[in-house]
Structure formats: structure tokens, C-alpha cells
Design a protein around this ligand. Structure first.
Ligand code: ADP
Ligand code: MG
Length: 310
């Protein structure tokens, strides 16, 4: 196999996230559902934040607004200093292609495409060179432990495997914020553990900011920050204080340069039907990838970048 893909690995790591006074109401009058009631919180660049809350508490509504899939009635969301809530539609689309990536509970792969083709979709949208695209797609699949399944169609894979493909796809364009909406909700505990280890590694090794809605106690325990949402209001939990440690310093300044790629065609919505309930998975295939010394080399950037912008 060829060396790690580094030619396009030039972006800095994660971005910080600031949510301010976000309100979202569905419907009106007596039937109105106040899904978000003016909620505010921060996530620092490179953190893995767990969003915890009961069903119906507003998690998906919040994540969709942060990711630019929905608009708030009022309030703002800033990602790396860019106020996404006031972006024009095409700029929001670009944000979704290049800065923010989503992982859904239902995987949302294109079932008839192979694992490799699914991972390549976001790179097609930004016009990545085909050879580089396929090489990177393969590296990402190896990274999530699916190198041997690259040419299998998505619908032939188990739920855990499909979710790993979805994560590989989410990473294709090197997002700086990864949003995951109950990504392990349909998985058994072993597959859930593998998915979470992947996300943890992205935060740890690459500084990608990860915001994950979850009920999973293991995820919550391993998060850098826990955000509890109840009745449409987020309450950050100061875990450092709970553990009796000094609180983390402030959020590093955002130094993101705006992306300047040429405008690609409008993105298709990769909508897959709800997958079948998980087929009996083959014996747990370790997420450990084929390259023993550097499992995340497909993702890792070259080291020359300074940790702080000027
Ligand atoms: P969670 O993801 O925490 O389960 P959601 O954000 O999906 O919660 O939903 C929050 C509240 O908003 C719920 O009462 C839900 O029924 C309502 N809701 C979400 N989306 C819509 C919608 N498109 N239309 C009407 N109500 C909605
Ligand atoms: Mg939800």
C-alpha cells in the first residue's frame, strides 16, 4: 500500500463552538412545541463534548441547527468565529461540506454503493482528484478497521460496520467539527465501544471538535465536557470542578481562515432508508486498523503546523 495521504492535509484541527440564546419552536398556538428555549453554551476546540438528555429533550433539534441543517427562530451559533446562523444558503452548504460533518443514528449511507464509494461521496462534492480520493477513502476505511470490506455494498454490512463507514465518510473532507446524533443508538455495546474509541481518537490525536448526543454512560464518562439538555435548555456540567481539579483555561481563539474552494455543485442528500435491524455481526472485528504503528495515519496531519495561530 502507498504512504499516508498528506497532500491535502493542510487544515488546522478543531474549531470552537459558541451557542447563544438559541430558540426553536415547532408549530404555533396551542400546538407549539418549544424544542429549544433560548439555550447557550460553549465547546472548546478539540474537545469531545457529550450531549445528554432524554428523548424529546431537544438534542437533534440543537445538533441540526449547529450543523446548519435547520435554522433557529432566534439566537446564534458560531463555529470557529463564523456565525453560521446568518450565512447565506450556499455558504451554509459549503460549511456542511467542508467544516462540519454529521454522523446519524441511522448511518444514512447509500445502500447500493460500496463502502469505498460511500466514503468517496463528500470528496466528489469538492472535486478531489479521483486517484487521491480513492486512496484516501481506502485509508479511512482501514482506519476504521474496514479495509477488507471496501468493495462490499453498504447494505451488506452489519450495523456496526455501516456506522464505521459513516464515520469514515464524515472524515473524508477533514471536518473541524464532528456532530454525531446518537451514533451508537442502534449498536450493541462492543460496536458502540469501537465507534466511541474512534471519536475519542479524533479528538485526542487531531484536535477535531466532537459533539455527540448520547445516552451511553461510557461515552459520557470519557467526554471532556458533558452538556445536559432538559426541556430545551442546555446546562454545562463542570466535570473538572466535580473531580476537584482546576478548571480548564478559556477557549482558544479561533483562527480559522474561511475556506476558499470553488463552488461545487449542490450537495445531494445522502438519504438511506432505515437499515434493517442489525444482522448478526461477525465476531467483533477490532477497530484496530491494519497499520499497527499509526492507526490514525489516514487522518493525521503533518506535524509542521503550529498549535496556535498568530
Ligand atoms: P431528541 O433528539 O432529544 O429526542 P428532538 O430535538 O428530536 O429531541 O425533539 C425535541 C422536541 O421537538 C420534541 O418534542 C419533538 O417532538 C419536537 N420536534 C422535533 N422536530 C420536530 C418537527 N420537525 N416538527 C414538530 N415537532 C418537532
Ligand atoms: Mg434525537
Amino acid at each position: 500500500m502507498s504512504g499516508p495521504v498528506t497532500a491535502t492535509a493542510t487544515r488546522p484541527g478543531g474549531v470552537d463552538l459558541k451557542v447563544r440564546s438559541v430558540v426553536r419552536t415547532f408549530g404555533s398556538g396551542a400546538a407549539a412545541v418549544r424544542a429549544l428555549r433560548g439555550t447557550s453554551f460553549d465547546v472548546a476546540a478539540g474537545e469531545l463534548a457529550a450531549l445528554q438528555g432524554r428523548s424529546g429533550s431537544g438534542k437533534s433539534t440543537l445538533l441540526n441547527i449547529i450543523g446548519g441543517l435547520d435554522q433557529p427562530d432566534s439566537g446564534t451559533v458560531q463555529i470557529g468565529g463564523t456565525e453560521v446562523t446568518s450565512l447565506r444558503r450556499d455558504d451554509r452548504s459549503r460549511l456542511r461540506r467542508e467544516t462540519v460533518a454529521f454522523v446519524f443514528q441511522s448511518y444514512a449511507l447509500i445502500p447500493i454503493l460500496t463502502a469505498l464509494e460511500n466514503v468517496a461521496v463528500p470528496m466528489r462534492l469538492i472535486g478531489t482528484d479521483p486517484a487521491q480520493r480513492d486512496e484516501r477513502a481506502m485509508l479511512l476505511l482501514r482506519m476504521v478497521g474496514l479495509g477488507d470490506h471496501a468493495h462490499q455494498r453498504a447494505h451488506e454490512l452489519s450495523g456496526g460496520q455501516q456506522q464505521r463507514v459513516a464515520i469514515a465518510r464524515a472524515l473524508a473532507n477533514r471536518p473541524r467539527l464532528l456532530i454525531a446524533d446518537e451514533p451508537t443508538g442502534q449498536l450493541d455495546s462492543e460496536n458502540a465501544r469501537q465507534i466511541m474509541e474512534l471519536m475519542r481518537a479524533l479528538s485526542d490525536t487531531e484536535g477535531v471538535t466532537v459533539l455527540v448526543a448520547t445516552h451511553d454512560p461510557a461515552v459520557i464518562a470519557s467526554a471532556d465536557r458533558v452538556l445536559r439538555i432538559s426541556d430545551g435548555v442546555v446546562t454545562p456540567v463542570d466535570r473538572a470542578a466535580e473531580a476537584g481539579q482546576p478548571s480548564a483555561a478559556g477557549i482558544p481563539p479561533a483562527t480559522a481562515a474561511p475556506p476558499s474552494a470553488p463552488e461545487p455543485p449542490a450537495e445531494p442528500v445522502a438519504q438511506a432508508p432505515e437499515p434493517e435491524p442489525e444482522a448478526p455481526a461477525p465476531p467483533a472485528r477490532p477497530a484496530a486498523p491494519e497499520s499497527p504503528q499509526d492507526p490514525y495515519s489516514a487522518w493525521r496531519r503533518p506535524p509542521e503546523e503550529p498549535p496556535h495561530g498568530g
